[in-house]
Write a protein that binds this ligand. Structure first.
Ligand code: 3PG
Ligand code: MG
Length: 397
């Protein structure tokens, strides 16, 4: 179990407390589509404010690559935070410097200040010491409540924590405690579902996970790369053909380590990726050249659901199909509902993480039954792999 200071160990009364949160929320057409990451930092912010702290909220949003780009402003998120908090949230268009200091000094006692996107500055992602010092100048203490960013050794995560009295926020505590207790010594068999679109971003994860789990169910666009590697003609499906050799290597090494990789045995295809597109169930040897796999097929669903039955622990990141558009949500829904049932009946420990995953489980009506839902995606996966997370490690110093 991680050992770090918490808010209980910090003297915050009358102090300016910089709170790093992860308000990198999913947004579509300017609207926030899931407020989980906002809702779950409310307890920390409220508690600090109640204890007399002058709360300053720090976050990144999207990947503006070190440049000011108003497409990635945190302003709309500040409005949503104000709603969730029930406290005034004053948005400052800068994240360091005189203006930020002025906003903080002039804030009313129960008002929270939220600074603009940290990633408008190149120093954030570079973990630049000067940038961390400029951030530290704005506060007297630091609280990290961004478990979902703890795989990033960035200035506001790592550098800053070394410059001020630092502690973990309540969400950070809850995430580390829940994941540790579920996964430190998981009951076997352990199954992992890894889905989503791009295999290139998760290749390493798959390799590492296969050493830890008994069953690895690969879904989403990623599965196509594996199917292609095994000689399936995947039509016009999303597929990273140049990774075929890596996929075969993972299949081979998983086998050696006693991990079974489960791929779809049939699919649901369509010519277009849109609502109402004509969907067709096909065998793997009959994927039309002009069609793409958008979900696993009925036989694959029966297979996946049946395999869960024998498992004691389930880790889930990434959907099986294009769950945003029915009917391509059928695979994800069916497996999620089965996991929910087994968890309700006390037969399965189920832990899920990742923005898409959580919203898919929510749509399937399964979210409430899972043992634990993490706000983290990338950090959740790296935790599962057993990697050291810089954001957690720095708090343990
Ligand atoms: C996330 O959503 O995974 C975190 O906010 C980290 O964002 P990043 O992947 O752009 O570093
Ligand atoms: Mg990420």
């Amino acid at each position: 179990m991680a050992k770090f200071k918490t808010i209980d160990d910090l003297d915050v009364d009358g102090k300016r407390v910089l709170v790093r949160v992860d308000l990198n929320v999913p947004m579509m057409d300017g609207k926030i589509t899931d407020t989980s990451r906002i809702d779950r930092v409310v307890p920390t912010l409220t508690e600090l404010s109640n204890k007399g702290a002058r709360v300053v909220v720090l976050s990144h949003f999207g990947r503006p690559k070190g440049r000011i780009n108003m497409e990635f402003t945190l302003k709309p998120v500040a409005e949503a935070l104000q709603l969730a908090l029930g406290l005034g949230v004053k948005f400052c268009p800068e994240s360091v410097g005189d203006k930020a200091a002025q906003y903080i000094n002039e804030a009313a006692e129960d008002e929270v200040v939220m600074l603009e996107n940290l990633r408008f500055h190149p120093g954030e992602e570079e973990n630049d010491r000067m940038f961390a010092i400029r951030l530290a100048d704005l506060g007297d203490a630091y609280v990290d409540d961004a478990f979902s960013c703890s795989h990033r050794a960035h200035a506001s995560i790592e550098g800053l924590a070394l410059l001020l009295p630092a502690a973990a926020g309540r969400l950070m505590q809850a995430e580390v405690e829940a994941l540790t207790s579920a996964l430190e010594a998981p009951e076997h068999p352990v199954a992992a579902v890894v889905g989503g679109a791009k295999v290139s971003t998760k290749m390493e994860v798959l390799g590492n996970l296969s050493a830890k789990v008994d069953l690895l169910l690969i879904g989403g666009g990623m599965a196509n790369t594996f199917l292609f590697a095994k000689g399936v003609d995947v039509g016009s499906s999303l597929c990273e053909k140049d990774l075929a050799a890596d996929a075969l290597e993972i299949i081979g090494s998983a086998k050696e380590q006693g991990c079974e990789i489960v791929l779809p045995v049939d699919g649901v295809v369509a010519r277009e990726f849109r609502e109402g597109a004509e969907a067709l169930v096909v065998e793997l040897d009959a994927i039309p050249a002009d069609s793409m796999m958008l979900d696993i097929g009925p036989k694959s669903i029966i297979d996946a659901v049946g395999r869960l039955e024998g498992c004691k622990t389930l880790l889930w990141n990434g959907p099986f199909g294009a769950f945003e558009i029915p009917p391509f949500d059928a695979g994800t829904n069916a497996v999620a509902q089965e996991a929910a049932r087994l968890t309700r009946e006390g037969k399965l420990i189920s832990v899920a993480g990742g923005g898409d995953t959580v919203s898919a489980l929510d749509r399937a009506g399964a979210k409430g039954d899972f043992t634990y839902i993490s706000t983290a995606g990338g950090a959740f996966l790296e935790w599962l792999e057993g990697k050291r997370l810089p954001g957690v490690a720095v708090l343990e110093k």
